[in-house]
Design a protein around this ligand. Structure first.
Ligand code: ARG
Length: 586
């Protein structure tokens, strides 16, 4: 295992602080805010307060001790007491070489490895997927990759919305259309259709129709009653609902395929149905829940709440199980199945109140025991009008349509950029797909997740600037460089540093472990996006003035080549943690 460079530097600083009778935590270093230095330590300010001297005096004392160490090329102090560090080139080069050799690129596993459930995707069957689901899928996929890489045992669950009122509404709609279907017959005992009589296209047409119909109270009441009957075990409705589920899951899997989004579990809200009665009874017996106007609720407000905190409704007055109750029961189920340390819910920030209520209720009902429950909220993907992104006709954007428009745009750009002259039409199509997906995923992940952002395909699919395509292009360029070098018989050698451009690359690479740690702790992939973009830029600057293949100095050429290769493996690793694939050619 390679000790991260920042940790190694910190160790030196900690020793120095300790030798002056101060706590080691003061030795924390961060990348320097000034270009001429690599790292800085601000511990002298707090240390001086404890010692009762000026920060400058303390910083100078520390500097005395540190400047003789081999790790550093220079340690200096600037007013009013910052300690500035320049790492020795030999040390940086050694790090570069060791990281290059290391499968994990110098990234240690988490000290504390956890078992975590990540609940993301959250697609509703029979309803069109909306952009909130897209964001959840992209962010959730990246978080699961990051956590796994750092050693967590991750169980991802799509937690399908498959059990609420929309299903009752759809069943009613089908009943109107096909009153003769066996599902609606008294004493139904078998689904006699060989293949599904329901298609996804039909669900997509019928759902909005059903929703429209249910605006009217009578129809709504009927749908409610049907939902309750379904949930209470009506066999015909359950058989029909299985058909909805089956075609929807097939469709969702097909849509997620190109996005490279994966779930370990395809459970849904319905999967807890059997444990609901016992849980409801337990809550009632233990007086955790109450009856209120015929509904069953759990009070979750506390005295120091600053905002209104309504009770969580578990069961409505007409007997339907709520979204909140299925979430509570799902926690109990996950506890039984996996006993995880932590459950992450990657869901739209518009559901913050819901999760606050659910988490409080789960604690109160002691279903979560020691599980830490975290809502990983995110902002909205908006259209140019600042409202949640819709299609031109004002409908909900379907994932497939969104991808298709991105692919078309990518194709245009590939033509314009005159890329891949030697590439077949079929390969081009594949490349356009990967470019499109990188564009959509990267532009989503690079935004700090709580922020809203505007959907701007032109910007996302550009080969310039902070975009997925730019990163793919950089990586592919290095791949082809390596291939050409190989043809010339040139193989990566040992990295040495002779100029800023090379040093800058290594300084980025050695920071990967810290960057990942922050991304993991904050559940925030945007740090990785920044890091990858900075690396790609540093590489471009280097490559512009250091033409590897025409360099006659063999030792230098192989060192440069190693640096290019190191850049590539780092970009590959980061992009894969973001869930982005790199094409072979471009
Ligand atoms: N299906 C829900 C929706 O579309 C999202 C589910 C999120 N996960 C959860 N455990 N509640 O709003």
């Amino acid at each position: 295992m390679i000790q991260p460079l920042a940790d190694k530097i910190e160790q030196h600083l900690q020793k120095a602080f300790q030798s002056l009778g101060l706590e080691t935590t003061l030795g924390r270093v961060v990348p320097s805010g000034q270009a001429e230095y690599h790292y800085q330590c601000n511990g002298a300010f707090k240390g001086a307060k404890i010692k009762g001297c000026s920060p400058l005096v303390l910083a100078n004392e520390l500097q005395q001790q540190l400047s003789s160490l081999q790790t550093f090329a220079d340690v200096s102090v600037s007013v009013p007491g910052f300690i500035n560090i320049i790492v020795h080139d030999a040390c940086l080069a050694e790090y570069g070489n060791r990281i290059f050799e290391d499968q994990r690129l110098g990234v240690p596993l988490n000290e504390l490895q956890q078992k975590i459930v990540i609940d993301f995707g959250g697609i509703n069957i029979a309803k069109a997927m909306h952009v909130g689901h897209l964001r959840s899928s992209i962010i959730g996929e990246s978080l699961q990759r990051i956590a796994r890489f750092l050693g967590d045992e991750v169980i991802s669950d799509i937690h399908l919305g498959d059990w609420g009122l929309p299903i009752g509404m759809l069943i009613e709609e089908f009943k109107l259309l096909y009153p003769d279907w066996p599902y609606f017959k008294e004493g139904f005992d078998e689904d006699t259709f060989e293949s599904s009589p329901v298609t996804i296209e039909q669900l997509e047409i019928l759902y909005p129709q059903a929703a429209e119909r249910c605006k009217e109270a009578g129809a709504r009441e009927k749908a409610r009653k049907t939902t309750t009957d379904l949930q209470s075990g009506h066999r015909g409705y359950q058989a029909l609902w299985q058909r909805f589920r089956q075609v929807s899951i097939e469709d969702i899997k097909r849509q997620f395929e190109p996005l490279d989004v994966h779930f370990d579990l395809w459970l849904g809200e319905s999967s807890v149905n059997d444990i609901l009665p016992a849980l409801l009874k337990k809550f009632k017996d233990q007086q955790i829940s109450q009856e209120s106007d015929g509904a069953t609720i759990i009070e979750v407000a506390t005295e120091d709440d600053k905002k209104p905190m309504p009770p969580l409704i578990l069961k409505t007055s007409d007997g339907s199980i709520t979204y909140g109750m299925t979430d509570i029961a799902t926690i109990a189920q996950r506890y039984e199945m996996f006993n995880p340390q932590c459950i992450l819910y990657v869901v739209d920030n518009r559901q913050s109140l819901h999760f606050e209520q659910v988490f409080r209720a789960a604690k109160k009902a002691k279903v979560a025991e020691d599980i830490s429950l975290e809502h990983i909220a995110f902002g909205t993907l908006n259209g140019a009008d600042g409202k949640p992104f819709k299609t031109r006709s004002g409908g909900v954007m379907k994932l497939q349509d969104l991808l298709e428009s991105a692919v078309a745009k990518a194709q245009e750009r590939i033509e314009e950029a005159d890329l891949g002259a030697d590439i077949s039409a079929q390969e081009r199509e594949e490349i356009a797909k990967e470019v499109a997906i990188s564009a959509i995923k990267f532009s989503d992940l690079m935004i700090p997740r709580m922020s809203d952002y505007i959907f701007d395909l032109d910007k996302f699919v550009s080969f310039q600037g902070k975009t997925g395509p730019y990163l793919l292009y950089t990586a592919v360029r290095i791949k082809s460089l390596l291939a050409k070098a190989k043809e010339q018989g040139l193989t990566p050698g040992s990295i040495t540093i002779e100029a800023d451009k090379q040093r800058d690359i290594i300084l980025n690479v050695v920071q990967l472990s810290r960057m990942l740690k922050v991304s993991y702790e904050e559940r925030a992939p945007h740090h990785l996006c920044e890091h990858a973009y900075a690396l790609a830029q540093k590489f471009s600057t280097f490559y512009q003035t250091c033409p590897i293949l025409s360099n006659k100095d063999l030792k230098q050429a192989t060192s440069w080549l190693a640096l290019a290769n190191l850049t590539l493996v780092c970009l590959e690793r980061i992009l894969s943690l973001l869930g982005i694939k790199i094409p072979e050619k471009m």
